[in-house]
Write a protein that binds this ligand. Structure first.
Ligand code: GLN
Length: 488
């Protein structure tokens, strides 16, 4: 049995029955990292000793018989934008290369309490800006299905790690597709919860009004287990919502979808989508219909504006969020103290930020400047309301929407990195969910030329239980999610 390739559900059962230990499971994941990460480069930092200590503690807890959760003893990794006490948290940026937080993000402390075992921090596009993981200041991560392809971004390290058995699950962050898009490119399941469902305390912000933390896993069941552990109100995040956290797996047992109304948004199947991707998603829709779902076409008429308003609001909020990295308060400081403050500020940011981050800071500063604020930022916020209304109208007649995650499969490393506009356009199907305030689950639904294809199941605000049960019914009757790259 390949321990590193287990789902959480299976591993948890084996841990509880005493057939395996958390130390053995964690060691299997660490061995897998040693074997395949030199080629894939998913991890920025691996915490081997701490992980084995946590695993030993989990084994003691399992032996005592409590308190146990489905995540007790399960090894996982996190995107390097979530604060971890004593473990370097870089956002894959030079400016935070040596930053070691003194506190845990709420999601990390919740996973610690649940008994999960942190094995390391995963590579990402710098500050979450990118769709390919090539904008990391350290190195590009490779797609485990084809090493000359990108894993998607920005949570590319997290998706590549889960796909190749370097962690049974991962936590990513999705501002405009960063969980769903790499999940789709690497053939894993990824959930972007509704904004506010999961607390953001301790997340290094990209866009404070879009960012959502969520799981990357092998299937919807595991995603439900992780969401159940991290969701729920946190007094340290005033935007986290007090709605009770349901027992997500309790509604996920069926293989039938009778009475479930699914919408297919016509705008998501427009020109430009790769015919093989469209074919895989349409085949999946037919499958969902065969499970009993009622399928109809719907329209989200403002979809064509999603990319423009997303990138406008993103650059504006990101430029303001990143202003704190100035060589005085956090991270890199260049040159040393004593020189003129403005010079220090300019040199720190000049050296510390990569080209994509600088581009977005400049665009955002422009969009927020006097005279342009109304024309750009304010107008984008108004169109954002129209996007939200599109979703609200659709959810009056359907329970969930089915759409492709990306118009293509994983593209080649180097193919888009010099053409920011092409890179931004690869986000066309994922960005609306964040300004739109909805949740979305990405699940594998086929292959095109040996590369995974993903489908989104988009649900209304706080509709995670619904999208997870549609995903679980689909996965109970298909096997795309069980395929693994690089199997021995
Ligand atoms: N591709 C998106 C961007 O570059 C992803 C952002 C995100 O979700 N962190 O902005």
């Amino acid at each position: 049995m390949d321990l590193h390739a287990l789902t959480i559900r299976k591993a948890s059962a084996l841990l509880r029955s005493g057939e395996i230990t958390s130390v053995a499971l964690t060691q299997a994941v660490l061995d897998r990292i040693a074997a395949v990460d030199p080629a894939i480069k998913a991890y920025v930092t691996v915490c081997e000793d701490a992980a084995l200590q946590e695993a030993t503690a989990a084994d003691a807890r399992l032996q005592r018989g409590g308190p146990l959760t489905p995540l007790t003893g399960i090894p996982y990794g996190v995107k390097d934008c979530l604060s971890t006490t004593g473990v370097r948290t870089t956002c894959s940026s030079r400016i935070l290369e040596n930053y070691v937080p003194r506190y845990d993000a709420t999601v990390i402390s919740r996973l610690r309490e649940a008994g999960a075992v942190l094995v390391g921090k995963q590579n990402m596009d710098e500050f979450g800006m990118g769709s390919s993981c090539e904008n990391s200041a350290f190195f590009a991560t490779r797609n485990p299905w084809a090493f000359d392809r990108v894993p998607g971004g920005s949570s590319g390290g997290s998706a590549a790690a889960v796909a190749s058995g370097m962690g049974l699950f991962a936590l990513g962050e999705d501002t405009g597709g960063s969980i769903r898009m790499p999940a789709s490119f690497c053939g894993v399941t990824g959930l972007k919860p509704t904004y506010g469902r999961v607390p953001r305390y301790g997340l290094l912000a990209l866009v404070s009004s879009f960012d959502s933390i969520g799981p990357l896993t092998h299937d919807a069941w595991d995603a439900a287990l992780v969401l159940g552990a991290i969701a729920g109100r946190d007094p340290r995040d005033s935007t986290s919502v007090g709605v009770p956290v349901p027992g997500y797996t309790s509604t996920m047992t069926g293989e039938r979808l009778d009475g479930v109304r699914l919408g297919v948004p016509i705008e998501y199947f427009a020109k430009g989508i790769d015919p093989a991707v469209e074919c895989a998603v349409r085949t999946a829709i037919t499958h969902l219909e065969a499970l009993g779902a009622e399928v109809r076409e719907v329209s989200l008429p403002h979809t064509e504006h999603a990319i423009s308003i997303y990138y406008l609001i993103l650059t504006a909020e990101a430029s303001s969020n990143l202003a704190r990295f100035d060589g005085v308060r956090f991270g890199l400081s260049e040159p040393p103290e004593g020189v003129d403050i403005v010079e220090r500020y300019l040199k720190t940011r000049g050296k510390g930020f990569g080209p994509e981050v600088k581009r977005r800071i400049m665009l955002g500063t422009f969009a927020l400047s006097a005279g342009y604020y109304d024309a750009y930022y304010l107008r984008a916020q108004r169109v954002r309301t129209l996007l939200r209304q599109d979703f609200a109208h659709a959810f009056e007649v359907v329970d969930a929407l089915i759409a492709p995650v990306s118009p293509t499969c994983a593209f080649k490393i180097g193919e888009k990195v010099d053409d920011p506009l092409q890179m931004y356009l690869s986000d066309i199907h994922v960005v609306a969910a964040n300004p739109g305030g909805v949740c979305s689950l990405a699940v594998p639904c086929g292959f095109a030329e040996g590369l995974p294809v993903g489908m989104q199941i988009i649900g209304p605000p706080m509709g995670e239980a619904g999208v997870l049960s549609v995903g679980a019914a689909y996965q109970a009757t298909t096997d795309w999610h069980t395929r693994r790259p690089m199997a021995e």
